[in-house]
Design a protein around this ligand. Structure first.
Ligand code: TNX
Length: 472
């Protein structure tokens, strides 16, 4: 982001201010008008000649934008609606928080901002399997993360403790494994119907967030096997599991029934997902023998491509030969990984999510009431002060599709818990994804973050009042 301040050009929002936009940007303009109504307490119409203008022109890059604040008004420019949406998120940060009491006079600092993202993929993952979060929570969460220009929401939809997406033809997946008593401690029941899933995707799209669905295979499948015992080796029913163990369940690589099931599920998920990606998990398959793991992935990886999607998998999948456009997602804490390094050398793009930096389910410190600590504790500075382009040997800037902050939900029970673990660390990962390394600086970030406490309070968003930040 380059900022050229011009103190003489402060724009004081006048009574009767209107927002104007090209038809293709009307939806973004309306979202800005909603913010301005809350902040000023006045009605802010969309009109042809507003002092606040959203113009579709200039740089073709879809998320690049400029903001010009002059005494007479504000002009946002981008080559695509996604860029105008990003501009609106920046403008929001220049405005007061807008709580119960609208401000008497709202002044926008004068000057010019030119901005564009470092990476195309800036993600956050939420685990709906260990604890389900329903459509209303998910919509609210999308609104919250979009303010930080997070543009992908990865949904971990299946695991040992639950199956959270309805699949036509396989009703017991959600009847049994999305039903009462599912999730860790049996405390997180629920699932998305196909209609709810499609509505959620449309909602996310209106906030320029792409949904990335994950069906975790071939491990993490106890919920599927509970619903359909024919997916086990001996066809006998398995016990329901609501503990937080990993690595004990596996689909059977030499049963044809396995592939009939997987193909149905992936076809259905691909058909209902307009975004380009489909995540097939692939992690912690400790009870799948290595040969079986290769057999399984060599059958399943091409299916995703055949259904028109680009496959993402946790980096363990890089142990096998990957389709050309496959994306390994690195999640471990070790300083090197041969599979990922080899994949990068072969031209694969990588998503970087090292647990000791980007895992939002790690405790902030030993006193954090929620979360885990297998990757160590992750304070705010630790989540900010690293760079994805030097995390793994041979995986530099040009090998990265982007970064993602996963939030596993074993210890979470509410949206407030999700917010508490994500804030203030998700903005650190968001900034790593957006801002070039040379322009990042912990003391600047820390200072800017301090102003967000009161914004989150005004928005009803829970957050951790980390002692690393001098909250204002
Ligand atoms: C590892 S990260 C897992 C998950 C757990 C998480 C807890 C990954 C790909 N697998 O199954 O929920 O640790 O932090």
């Amino acid at each position: 982001m380059s900022v050229t301040p011009d103190p003489a050009a402060t724009f004081v929002i006048p009574p009767g201010v209107a927002v104007s936009a090209a038809p293709a940007a009307a939806a973004v303009a309306e979202q800005l008008a909603v913010v301005l109504r809350r902040v000023t307490g006045q009605s802010v119409p969309l009109a042809g000649d507003g002092a606040i203008r959203l113009l579709l022109e200039g740089p073709e890059k879809s998320e690049a934008y400029t903001i010009e604040v002059a005494a007479g008004g504000v002009t946002l420019r981008a080559g695509a609606p996604a860029g105008l949406f990003a501009a609106v998120q920046t403008l929001r940060q220049l405005l007061p928080a807008g709580g119960a009491e609208p401000a008497d006079e709202v002044a926008v600092p004068g000057g010019r901002i030119t901005d564009e993202p470092r990476f195309a993929y800036r993600g956050m993952m939420l685990d709906l399997a260990r604890h389900f979060f329903g459509p209303a929570d998910l919509r609210s969460w999308i609104d919250t993360i979009a303010q930080f220009k997070i543009n992908h929401l990865h949904l971990h939809l299946t695991d040992d403790q639950g199956w959270r997406l309805e699949i036509p033809g396989w009703p017991r997946l959600t009847e049994v494994s999305g039903g009462p008593g599912t999730g860790v401690d049996g405390a997180g029941p629920g699932f998305l119907t196909t209609a709810e899933y499609e509505e959620l995707i449309a909602y996310a799209e209106s906030r320029f967030v792409t949904i990335v669905p994950e069906i975790d295979l071939p491990g993490h499948v106890n919920a599927a096997q509970l619903a359909y015992p024919e997916l086990t080796r001996d066809g006998r029913p398995v016990a329901q599991r609501t503990d937080a163990e990993v690595g004990y369940s596996s689909l059977v690589a030499d049963h044809e029934q396995t592939y009939a099931f997987v193909e149905d599920v992936l076809r259905e998920v691909a058909a209902r997902t307009p975004g380009p990606y489909l995540h097939i998990g692939g992690d912690e398959a400790f009870s799948t023998p290595p040969g079986d793991y290769r057999t399984f992935l060599s059958r399943v990886l091409p299916m995703v491509g055949n259904f028109g999607k680009r496959v993402i998998g946790w980096h363990e999948m890089a142990a096998v030969d990957l389709p050309a456009n496959a994306i390994p997602q690195y999640w471990r804490i070790e300083p090197a990984d041969d599979g990922v390094t080899r994949a990068a050398a072969a031209g694969h793009q990588v998503i970087m999510s090292p647990a000791d930096r980007s895992y939002l389910d790690m405790k902030y410190d030993q006193d954090t009431p929620l979360g885990l600590d297998w990757a160590g504790t992750v304070g705010v500075r630790r989540s900010y002060d690293w760079d994805p382009a030097d995390r793994l040997p041979g995986v530099g800037e040009e090998s990265l599709l982007g970064v993602e902050a996963p939030l596993w939900s074993e210890t979470l029970r509410s949206l407030a818990d999700v917010q508490f673990m994500a804030f203030p660390r998700l903005p650190a990962i968001a900034e790593i994804g957006w801002t070039p390394r040379a322009a990042r600086d912990w003391s600047s970030f820390r200072d800017r973050l301090a102003g967000f406490g009161s914004r989150w309070t005004a928005e009803g968003v829970n957050y951790h009042r980390s002692a690393e930040i001098d909250w204002r």
